[in-house]
Design a binder for this molecule. Structure first.
Ligand code: PEP
Length: 254
């Protein structure tokens, strides 16, 4: 049985003070969660948010990292820096980073390897555009993206990775994949993991759905057998909505 994981992606929203206020409102609401709860926050929010959630069941993540230990990489942030301020997770290869910041399958792979080597849990995002879905390219594309992202990992390390299946057409658009579409494509991703690392790893790896998941549609998505949680953008900025999604994930745990 895979433990569901709900992760918020605040994107470029909330100052440190606003972030602290949000998590303080969240602490009580998710205290009884049976799933893992993570908030992936802007770099400058990590330290104050981590301090605010210390001793609770809320974990903190970043939204990016660099794949070198240190050096002349102006504007970048290293794994050691993230860990030092309290991050345990890091989102890698979000479609917004692939689209606006030239993230490639190769950099996603380097970052995934580097995060694991340095004790951070990667949340690796994959997903197709609407044109790719309409052209029937979804299964081939997400399989390729997942194999590229996890290239060079041992099966044991691959099991630590969280994959987020995020159809680009569903992110921030209010248009969610149907429960069946999300479940089917996540099944395809699990199949690709099985091809690369074997059945045991495919059974253990956790794969989230992301794309306009909210307080209204989360129950149906979370009930699907392949879906192990969610990566939540907009709805993670409201403590009440995010806690409803956490509760829906908790309800799937026996
Ligand atoms: C995301 O940014 O990963 C995301 C899924 O956003 P939203 O929930 O707003 O679609």
């Amino acid at each position: 049985m895979r433990k569901p994981i709900i992760a918020g992606n605040w994107k470029m929203n909330l100052t440190p003070l606003e972030g602290e206020t949000l998590v303080k409102a969240l602490i009580e609401k998710v205290a009884d969660a049976k799933c893992d709860v993570v908030v992936c926050v802007p770099f400058v929010d990590i330290a104050p948010v981590a301090a605010a959630v210390k001793g609770t069941n809320i974990h903190v993540g970043a939204q990016n990292l660099h794949f070198k230990k240190s050096g002349a990489y102006t504007g970048e942030v290293s794994a050691d820096m993230l860990k030092a301020v309290g991050a345990e997770y890091v989102i890698i290869g979000h479609s917004e980073r692939r689209q606006y910041f030239a993230e490639t399958d190769e950099t996603v792979n380097l970052k995934t390897l580097f995060a694991l080597e340095n004790g951070l849990i990667p949340i690796v995002c994959v997903g197709e555009s609407l044109a790719q879905r309409d052209a029937g390219e979804t299964d081939g594309l997400v399989s390729m993206q997942v194999k590229a992202a996890l290239k060079g990992l041992s099966a044991q390390d691959a099991q630590k990775v969280i994959i987020a299946y995020e159809p680009i057409w569903a992110i921030g658009t209010g248009r969610t994949a149907t429960n069946e579409q999300a479940d089917e494509t996540i099944g395809v991703i699990r199949g690709a993991v099985a091809e690369a690392f074997g059945q045991e790893t495919a059974e253990k790896i956790r794969i989230q759905y992301g794309g306009s998941m909210n307080a209204k549609n989360c129950q149906g998505l979370m009930q699907m057998p392949q879906i192990d949680g969610g990566l939540i953008g907009g709805a993670s900025l409201k403590a009440e909505d995010f806690s409803i999604i956490v509760a829906a994930a908790s309800d799937t745990v026996a």
